[in-house]
Design a protein around this ligand. Structure first.
Ligand SMILES: [Zn+2]
Length: 589
């Protein structure tokens, strides 16, 4: 007992003897990084835009300053901190966008002017159609669960469906134009015309999810009235030509080589995304706002912490394993940067023992820290709990006995909220999908989330500093322990199927990103409905419940209409094979 108290006091005096100056350096570094990254100068760091590139430059500058080594190569094969990946930033009109209407094949023609009378939508397929008759489909909604079907009794095959751009009421708010296009395509329509206020459609907003499979365009209300009064039955001819603008996006990757002859051949990845939402738009929760979304918490906070963690390891340089630090881009667009990294790894993934992700760690409140991914390694729960103690557990060597204590609550850094799932809405999910133990640190969401008001002065810097210490302690343990953490498949909390609330799940992890020929699965939850049916990670879903699946968006629409415990057919591509399975969705808890 005396031993215990004695070592307790010794440790306490050690804790208290940390020079105040050292603490100030950490605080100053964190503040400087957040202040710069969340400043107006970086304009919200939207992937592919100059502000995001400035952020990448900043992370690179800090890595260079701390003498981390570059892990990537540039186009000429020279060592570089930047891992470049392509990103669609904008969609513009090509030269041949044509749309005209006739009453019959030889009759008078009304030709429309693109930009003035009509506009293609950004997710339209780039294709053409000739003399296709029009058919009115009302709102263009087919919603079995809501008891509404505008397509009932209509034969739209080979015709151009015409729908209004509104919905009957608030219950149908999920039926946006993209969803209407999918419904039209599934019904066999050759294309879809949306009739609406053209001023809302002057800008082509591309969602990086691929096209809808048919031509989709908006015609102004005035023009459409003119066409309807000119012809009793009209047919349309046209072609759509869209040009994708791509820009380079960058993951910033630096490393500290290991010092142990054997362990240096294994690596630990520390990551944080530095991109955010720019001036709003896709992903923003401030509707119609064009103000700078500062993203101080999301994720200047995690980036600042990552840089500081790197600095502290770089100052010691006694890491046994190789430590890799990555600032990811494209996270807000669907984990694009981390997905690119795991598909084009700069260090072998099977030699990467764990990934620690810091995303939104600047709003510590009531000491509550969420740590996700606890179920992805056997050792995690024990490790994150022990390292949460400011005073490490004391091991007594009493005569014939040994004991362990856990620090009392007041000596714990955080009030930990642990969750099992390795998936979730951030970059660690990309690594977990490659069977890697992951930890996800997150201080929780708040009312400024994805709004311009997520600003630097709201950051809890003391909390952020404590998080840095915690991550370094966990990292040290992982680094020095000769045994790597044991990967296991975690219990799912069902976040894998996107951030929306669905009534049912089939337990799959969709691959985000662009596709036009099916939805690739990054993973399948063990014991989930899809796994029971025989579906595997790497399969590409091409048909589900009778509907064609071309992209993750199509899948999301279908899933929203399914019922639990009812059997549905699912068709997948596995290599060259096409396989059909029967799957029963489960109710979500
Ligand atoms: Zn975010």
């Amino acid at each position: 007992m005396i031993k215990h108290i004695l070592s307790f006091l010794l440790l306490l005096s050690f804790v208290l003897s940390i020079p105040a100056q050292k603490v100030d350096v950490v605080d100053r570094n964190l503040r400087a990084s957040v202040a710069y990254l969340a400043s107006d100068a970086l304009a919200g760091r939207r992937t592919g835009e100059p502000g995001a590139n400035l952020a990448a430059k900043y992370v690179e500058k800090m890595f260079r300053q701390y003498k981390l080594k570059p892990l990537s190569k540039d186009a000429l094969g020279k060592a570089s901190y930047l891992q470049t990946f392509p990103h669609v930033t904008a969609m513009t009109l090509g030269d041949s966008n044509v749309l005209s209407f006739r009453g019959n094949a030889k009759g008078e023609k009304i030709a429309l002017k693109v930009g003035e009378d009509w506009m293609p939508l950004a997710f339209s397929s780039a294709s053409s159609f000739e003399n296709a008759t029009l058919i009115d489909v009302g709102y263009g909604i087919s919603a079995p669960t809501l008891g509404h079907d505008d397509y009932r009794g209509l034969d739209v095959k080979g015709r151009i469906a015409v729908a209004s751009d509104s919905v009957p009421d608030r219950n149908f708010s999920a039926y946006d134009n993209r969803r209407k296009a999918t419904i039209a395509r599934d019904a066999g329509a050759k294309g879809l015309i949306i009739v609406g206020d053209l001023s809302k459609y002057q800008k082509l907003n591309y969602d990086n999810l691929g096209d809808a499979g048919i031509p989709v365009m908006v015609v102004s209300e005035a023009k459409f009235v003119q066409i309807k009064s000119a012809f009793s039955t009209a047919s349309a001819s046209g072609s759509i030509d869209l040009v994708k603008k791509t820009a380079d996006a960058y993951n910033v990757v630096g490393y500290l080589p290991g010092t142990d002859p054997k362990l240096k051949n294994e690596a630990i990845v520390f990551g944080a995304h530095y991109d955010h939402l720019g001036h709003g738009g896709q992903g923003s929760l401030a509707v119609n706002s064009t103000e700078i979304h500062h993203g101080a918490d999301d994720n200047a906070s995690g980036t600042a912490a990552l840089i500081e963690v790197a600095r502290q390891y770089a100052a010691k340089r006694n890491n046994k394993r190789t430590l890799i630090f990555i600032g990811f881009s494209g996270e807000e667009e669907g984990l694009l940067g981390s997905k690119y990294y795991v598909n084009n790894p700069l260090y072998p993934l099977d030699k990467t023992i764990a990934m620690l992700n810091l995303d939104m760690v600047g709003r510590l409140k009531d000491k509550k820290l969420n740590v996700g991914g606890i179920g992805t390694a056997e050792e995690w729960r024990d490790l994150v709990t022990k390292k949460n103690d400011v005073i490490p557990p004391v091991y007594g060597k009493g005569k014939g006995a040994s004991f362990t204590t856990t620090a009392p609550e007041s000596y714990q850094r955080f009030s930990l909220q642990l969750s099992e799932d390795g998936y979730g809405p951030s970059d660690h999910a990309s690594f977990y999908s490659k069977q890697m133990p992951v930890l996800f640190f997150f201080t929780g969401t708040h009312e400024d989330y994805h709004k311009p008001s997520d600003t630097a002065e709201k950051i809890n810097y003391a909390g952020l500093r404590t998080l840095v210490e915690y991550v370094v302690d966990i990292g040290n343990y992982l680094d020095w322990n000769p045994k790597r953490p044991t990967f296991k498949v975690a219990q799912s909390s069902g976040q894998g199927e996107g951030r929306r609330g669905f009534a049912v799940t089939i337990g799959v992890v969709p691959g985000y990103g662009e596709s036009n020929d099916g939805m690739l699965l990054d993973g399948v939850r063990d014991g989930g409905p899809a796994a029971i049916a025989g579906i595997k990670g790497g399969d590409k879903i091409i048909k589900f419940a009778g509907k064609e699946i071309r992209s993750v968006q199509d899948y999301v629409y279908v899933l929203g209409d399914l019922k639990a415990d009812v059997e549905y057919e699912i068709v997948v591509k596995r290599g060259d094979e096409t396989l059909t399975f029967k799957v029963k969705p489960q109710a979500r808890k």
